[in-house]
Design a protein around this ligand. Structure first.
Ligand code: NAD
Length: 363
């Protein structure tokens, strides 16, 4: 191939790792392959300045390997800033396993994955993410101590999702206070997109407060069950961004705030659990600010889960976990005020605080 016929896509393909748009100075990326169990995983270690890189493992049937790599890079970077802004002595890391969690996840595969985690000698500590259960972490624990999110019966803090949901709820209330003048969610129309481990608990919390809840999910059985249990309205159209709502709570996958959706969103507040909600942090962060939509930064308000798993490492009790998670309300309000005072996006305001903490440790 001569240089004349190399186009932009070819170049991107030739530099898929260090030249990847999402690479952002990762310290280490580990590709894990095991023929016997069919394991194909990528561990991303973004930054260990503040401590070992802790972040969950996601199992997902990606369209291709480039998508999987991009996802792990974006997610592990996000963990660096999440732990930094939450005041935890942890770095950022994440792992993805390529495959269908419903049909391809076996105990042998999880054990083999655990061995790869172990080979990193504690530089990376894993936990659950999409497609993982507490039980899977218990299996990983059989081969490595570098795992959190294990069950209470095995000495862990259990499933982090309810605490994550509680933190998102705190962030949502702070955003409502900022935007509507009251943290009370009674009567607010809230769309919860994705009613998995975290989303369902958010539905529960906001329903108890008297919100009118709209849900959607690709899992039809879960939709019917959650709708019946909480009297939530189902919206079957997955691309339902133009709905007349007050609050949008993305709790499925990332990048749902993008060029296609941003101009049709009618919500005045965005507060959800999904990681990396803004497809382009700078561009879409600015557009949200211009449109007067109060965006509670994802990596700030979904930190309940990491607080919960951090507790396993440092021995916090339930009270301390709850106190730290409740504090997300105050931090979110501070971020909105800082964003106004400095005329920067909320994402930038949160990011700068996190980066300052990392820089202070480096120097
Ligand atoms: P989950 O897998 O239990 O739930 C995700 C749900 O989203 C599933 O029900 C799935 O069917 C649904 N979904 C997938 N694609 C969808 C689409 N296009 N439209 C609507 N629904 C769709 O995961 P979870 O643990 O509830 O986590 C939800 C999000 O929050 C993820 O992005 C995760 O990374 C993030 N998060 C989770 C935690 C935690 O403690 N579990 C912590 C921080 C961040």
């Amino acid at each position: 191939m001569t240089s004349e016929i190399i186009n932009a896509n070819d170049i991107k393909y030739m530099n898929p790792v260090f030249g990847n748009f999402s690479f952002d100075n990762h310290e280490q990326i580990v590709f894990c392959n095991d023929e016997e169990t069919g394991l194909k995983a990528i561990i991303g270690i973004h930054n260990t300045t503040l401590g070992p890189a802790l972040g969950g493992t996601r199992m997902w049937l990606y369209n291709n390997e480039a998508d999987a790599l991009n996802d792990v890079l974006r997610l592990s970077r996000g963990m660096t800033y999440k732990s930094a802004i939450t005041g935890l002595n942890l770095g950022g890391g994440k792992a993805v396993i390529i495959g269908d969690a419903k049909t391809q996840k076996t105990d042998a595969l999880m054990r083999r994955f655990g061995e790869f985690v172990h080979s990193l000698n504690g530089k990376y500590i894993t936990s659950e993410d999409v497609g993982m259960e507490t039980r899977d972490m218990d299996i990983v624990k059989e081969v490595t101590p570098h795992v959190t999110g294990i069950s209470e019966k095995k000495g862990g803090a259990g499933n982090p999702s309810p605490i994550t949901a509680y933190g998102v709820y705190m962030g949502m209330k702070a955003a409502a206070k900022y935007k509507f003048g009251s943290a009370n969610l009674e009567g607010k129309k809230i769309w919860v997109q994705g009613i998995g481990h975290v989303g369902e608990t958010i539905v529960d919390l906001v329903t108890k407060e008297g919100a009118k809840v709209i849900i959607n999910d690709i899992n039809k059985d879960a939709l019917e069950r959650v709708s019946k249990k909480y009297k939530a309205t189902i919206h079957h159209d997955l691309n339902t961004y133009g709905l007349d709502i007050d609050i949008y709570s993305p709790c499925a996958l990332g990048a749902t705030i993008n060029d296609k959706t941003i101009n049709i969103l009618k919500a005045k507040v965005i507060a959800g659990a999904a990681n990396n909600q803004l497809q382009d942090e700078i561009k879409h962060g600015k557009l949200l600010k211009e449109r007067g939509i109060a965006y509670a930064p994802d990596f700030l308000i979904n930190a309940g889960g990491i607080i919960n798993v951090y507790a396993e490492l440092v021995g916090y009790g339930k009270e301390e976990i709850k106190r730290k998670t409740e504090n997300i309300y105050n931090t979110t309000l501070e971020i909105f005020n800082l964003s106004d005072a400095k005329n920067i996006t909320t994402h930038r305001a949160a990011f700068d605080i996190a980066q300052n903490r990392i820089d202070a440790k480096k120097n």
